[in-house]
Design a protein around this ligand. Structure first.
Ligand code: FAD
Ligand code: NAP
Length: 347
């Protein structure tokens, strides 16, 4: 039977380094451990938190249930045809290592998603995206454990209802399933996406860039522009880019001629980082939490703070952006935990 650790600090398991404990914790390196932990949580009627790399969640306080860090590994090449290669990766695989493995094997499409922290199992949750590519375009199916029925089943990419940083796993199936593995359908012939300004510039000097060149350019760009969570704890973009209809966009543009926005299927996608920057928040700090000095979309924790302080700062920014632009900013990472237990107390 699986042994759950009691009163475990999750500080090192979340990239914001927020101090919070879980009533029980286990690192599941195989499916049997996962199933046993799930059964135990169910028997004791405790909530369950599935953790990957902890790079897209905010621990507001202690978690009163069972936290399972999913660390299952394995990458398998499945069938192929003249255009596509199907590949299955287990949930606990590191996302960045998986992207690197794909390129090394001649399986293409994921290059723009290099250096995104976290695990393969979390990639469908918010349909990770960067530099004009979203993972949904390469997900064939997701294998999942249905927590209500205990059944293992497959959901096709189409049934995952992917949207902009969104999926069924953030809606109807939120906390209802554990993603066990993801099957990708990858290109056998590269088709590079290099439209984003920074990328186009980085690759301008290369006559016929290869997928490896693109991967290297994305890694270099991200290392230059984004704070490394190991140095400055963060969860990447704290807010989603809001999408408004075109009439609203034109109104905003009249009042804010420098407004940065891009066409989107639903209207216009506003650069949330620009809104926050223009409102004067970039570099702002409030004790242990603040806004990164180069990336207004990234909230940081410089040590000694907690999730409640970080969320209070986020709420101030949301209120200010609403007041100035009439635009609602939605928090991107998922929030867990109840108020922290008083020091010295445990479950
Ligand atoms: P976690 O933070 O561990 O979990 C996130 C959520 O998914 C939680 O609700 C968790 O319960 C759930 N979950 C995780 N694994 C499973 C599973 N197997 N089954 C069921 N539920 C699960 N995101 C982007 O989209 N694009 C980017 O370019 C990007 N850049 C980033 C840069 C930095 C510096 C950082 C810190 C973050 C960035 N992110 C980006 C956000 C984040 O890395 C991704 O969302 C990533 O997919 C989260 O993976 P994770 O394993 O850390 O998930
Ligand atoms: P950037 O390239 O400076 O662009 C700023 C914003 O403008 C981005 O949010 C991006 O939207 C949008 N944008 C820029 N060029 C665009 C184009 N040609 N078409 C459509 N939209 C465009 O952004 P950055 O902060 O350095 O990040 C680079 C990429 O990594 C972005 O795609 C970003 O989403 C991704 N990223 C995500 C996270 C996260 O946690 N979610 C963290 C860091 C970086 P999109 O965000 O829709 O791409």
């Amino acid at each position: 039977m699986v042994e759950l650790q009691a009163n475990t600090w999750l500080t090192r398991y979340n990239t914001l380094r927020l101090p919070a404990r879980s009533r029980y914790f286990v690192c599941a390196t195989d499916r049997t451990l996962l199933l046993q932990a799930v059964a135990q949580a169910r028997r004791d009627e405790l909530p369950l938190l599935i953790l990957g790399g902890g790079s897209n969640l905010v621990l507001r306080g202690d978690f009163p249930g069972v936290c399972v860090q999913l660390a299952t590994r394995g990458i398998t090449a499945n069938q192929w045809d003249s255009d596509w290669q199907w590949v299955t990766a287990q949930a606990g695989e590191s996302w960045h290592d998986f992207v690197r493995t794909c390129i090394a094997n001649g399986w293409y499409g994921l290059e723009n998603l290099a250096l995104i922290p976290g695990t393969v199992g979390a990639c469908p949750i918010q349909n990770i995206g960067a530099y004009g590519v979203e993972v949904k375009d390469y997900i064939d199916a997701v294998e999942l454990l249905d927590l209500a029925s205990g059944e293992v089943r497959e959901l096709s990419g189409q049934d995952c209802r992917f949207g902009y940083r969104d999926s069924i796993f953030k809606g109807e199936l939120r906390d209802q399933v554990v993603i066990l593995s993801v099957r990708f359908r990858l290109r056998r012939t590269p088709q590079l996406v290099i439209g984003y300004q920074g990328l186009a510039e980085a690759l301008a000097g290369i006559a016929d860039p290869s997928p490896q060149d693109l991967f290297d350019a994305v890694v270099a760009l991200r290392q230059r522009k984004l704070p490394d969570p190991a140095q400055i704890p963060n969860v990447g973009s704290f807010f989603k880019n809001p999408v408004v209809d075109r009439a609203r966009y034109r109104q905003l543009l009249t009042r804010h001629p420098g407004l940065v926005a891009y066409p989107d299927a639903q209207g216009m996608k506003l650069a949330a980082g620009w809104l926050i920057d223009q409102a004067g928040w970039k570099g702002f700090s409030d004790g242990p939490v603040g806004v990164h000095r180069q990336q207004a979309l990234v909230l940081v924790h410089t040590g000694g703070g907690d999730g409640a302080q970080l969320l209070a700062l986020a709420a101030r920014i949301q209120a200010d952006i609403q007041r100035r632009y009439g635009v609602a900013l939605e928090i991107e990472p998922r929030i867990y935990g109840s108020p922290r237990l008083p020091a010295g107390l445990c479950w």
